[in-house]
Ligand binder design. Sequence first.
Ligand SMILES: Cc1ncc(COP(=O)(O)O)c(C=O)c1O
Length: 486
Amino acid sequence: MSEITDRLEILEQQSSSLEPSNLQRSLWMGKVQEYADQFIDGIENRPAFKNEYDTENLFSNDSFDTAISIDEAVSLIKSEVDQYGLNPASGGHVGYIPGGGIFPTAMGDFIAAVNNRYAGIFFGSPGAVRMENALIQWMNEIIGFPKDAHGNLCSGGSIANLIAITTARDKKNIKSADVDRSVVYLTQQTHHCVQKAIRIAGLRECIHRYIPMDAEFKMDAVYLRKQIEQDIKSGLKPFIIVGSAGTTDTGSIDPLEDIAELAKLYDVWFHVDAAYGGFFILVDDLKSKFKGIEKADSVAIDPHKGLFLSYGLGVILIKDVKAMFESHFYKAAYMQDAQGRFDELSPADLSPELTKHYRGMRLWLSLKLLSLAPFKAALEEKHLLAKYFYQEIQKLGFEVGPEPELSVLIYRYVKTDEDVNEFNKHLMKEIHNDGRVFLSSTSLNGDEWIRAAILSFRTHKSTMDTSLTMIKDCVERTKKHFEAIS
Ligand SMILES: Cc1ncc(COP(=O)(O)O)c(C=O)c1O
């Protein structure tokens, strides 16, 4: 026995640094605060993208055998992480779907990490779960879902879409024998995480109907109706329509009202991926564009996109909470004390996760400290910046796609004798090498387009003016490149 107690004494002593003293915590926090201040205050002076790195050296020979000081750790973060690639916290991130990083996200995560409340089951932390559920109700209200709808705070849009598709699969009773005659309706503009979710949910062999789109990249609802009718006639099982409220490529919103009508008529689950675009519904002038979203069965909407939070918070909202529960609830003997109290629904019963990050805190704290008004203003600003850029880029000799519905637009340089696609591909390379502003490209119907996706809370008119100057410079460099090789 004394052997055990002696060893315990040693182990307690050896592991004591896991509980740093108050003094140690202050020292570390001071350095972390200093790093955060330097990072944020210097963000305007750094490139949005640095297209060079030496993968051999990034964290090579990293070892955890000996502890290092906070100064050394911060210095490694600065040299190995912060220098290269994309800086998603920068206002100059105008590619893909930009990241956020409003400061209360960090504070909320800090608090959630310190108190480490278990927000998975009501029994474990009634306050934390109620906070998350209240946020879900708030978002349900925003999109016009009824009070008895529910949802889940998850890691991002991909998992939000997965939860919806899994729930739809079970609600529509798609068993393995039905998969190859069940039909999914979507467009070529549906985000790829939806196809991924379909696969993960065991529905890979479903029939995928890619519905044609109009000139604004919106699903053709007339074609959709004909396709569903034809599928029913052929003995197939229309199962889910996935509409988008803000596509990644062009920010287009599908005709939600028309699709909702068809979904109701033919008893098909209607899911809307509003991961990027959903929060634009808060802007008075844009609200009507979302008409029909309230008739969907489920909606994915991402605070780490449209509410400018740091990465790590997507949301799925689902009307039929019973269906959501039946797809995700599980009983286990070791959970018996926690189960049986259903005065409040628990996140663990509505998602694949059991132990989870207490994600609600970051959103709750942000909204409480700042109120909704600045978020609405920033969203309207992003929309207007897209409209401004749409006008200005045409003055530089660029052809444009549809007028930006939300805050994404596409354009390509056409005043050239070179092959337009080759010219724009090279132009994109020049833009990446420049790095003042990060833009990304896409291909649509075989044509190369450059995108501007404006969603960072740090992107303002000055950023878009810098983009225009940068693009102008890069066009000149691209022309020189082609002259040199001709
Ligand atoms: C429309 C849309 N849906 C889904 C996703 C996937 O979201 P996440 O990257 O948070 O998983 C994205 C990502 O950009 C998106 O733009």
